[in-house]
Design a protein around this ligand. Sequence first.
Ligand code: SF4
Length: 421
Amino acid sequence: MNVYDGQRIASMLRGRGYTQTDDYTDADIIILNTCAVRAKATDKVFSALGRMRTEKKPDAIMGIVGCVARESGADAFRRVPELNFVLGPQSYHKLPEILENPDTRLFNIDLGGLEKFDEMPQMDASPTVAYIPIQEGCNHCCTYCIVPYTRGREISRPYDDVVRDTIHAANTGAIEICFLGQNVNGYKYTDEDGKIYRLSDLIRSTAKLDAVKRIRFTSSYPTEMTDDLIDMFRTEPKLLPFLNIPIQSGSQNVLTKMNRPYTLDLYIDIVDKLKSARPDVQISSDFIVGFPGESDDDFEQTLEIANRIKYINSFSFKYSPRPHTAAAVMPNQIPEKIKSQRLYKLDALLNEIQREFNESCIDRELECLCEGADKTGQHTIYRTPYMQQCIVNIPADTAPQIAKIKITAANKASLRGEIVE
Ligand code: SF4
């Protein structure tokens, strides 16, 4: 979501004559687009601001947008008096106001809903992978999560607006469409005639666009994996056979405390249904270890579920208490040392599963999307349908955008391959 927000902001600034620089000491405007999902991310924002306030050009405009702006509120101005603006994740469309009046201060952390989508200009050109937000906010209220506070209650964008954005992206360079939402598979829009649109309808209409070759979505909530959506994996070949369904913990006890009221049986049933719709489907997950009250036995159950589902690529974190959340004040907070030990153990298992899956891809031919040159400029990086990085030994300027690649080698982090056609 932040990548998308950053692209919209950059496009708006380009339209006003700005160009991008990698050197913030040379910038006329510095915008930190921020994430508050973990305490460490918030800390990094303020430590970066501490550096930038002394090193930036004296008259450069500097501010923060996104979830840390909403989390910190006006306190951000107290902590960093040089800030010119603090705009929440649903109010960054107000940025032009500060460009027109740089001597003022701009503060807006309102939950304005979908206004920003209408007020920001369309992007001038789409990246190859176009992120298209279809809903904003979340109603699930997991007890550890700050998102319902920073992004508000769940709202689905009008179906026609999403279709318009998707067509625009396809017409201006997109080959892959990634639908975005905090609860993306909960997308539900009812039009004036009472017709209900779901994520499966968006996938179906997008697949009809010739320029679009790949479709995916993130991030899903287990109980919103409805049968119509699962069926898309059977019927729509452009939908990639890879999706993120965060389980967070393998312990029923911990899931209840997290306010994630699904059973492990239901979760396993969803994965089975997906595999029967499309046998080559693979799953990734998010995990939180060291949630308040998590016992050794609870943690062992997380290892068990990871081993059973064989997640091929996951995001695992130590539980991080966040303001405005119920879990932050729960008893039995787990000491850092135990959290670190559990994370180390889980990561070792997830890495091993990932390495095994990558190695199982050797000799397979996979249709991959070109991402560009690697750091050396000698090779080209592709993304497989499972989002693995695959390095091909040709320079990027001769690389086709979509190519069938035979996988020749693999390790935990990436694949190597040769273009077949
Ligand atoms: S479903 Fe995801 S975004 Fe929503 S509250 Fe839970 S963790 Fe946060």
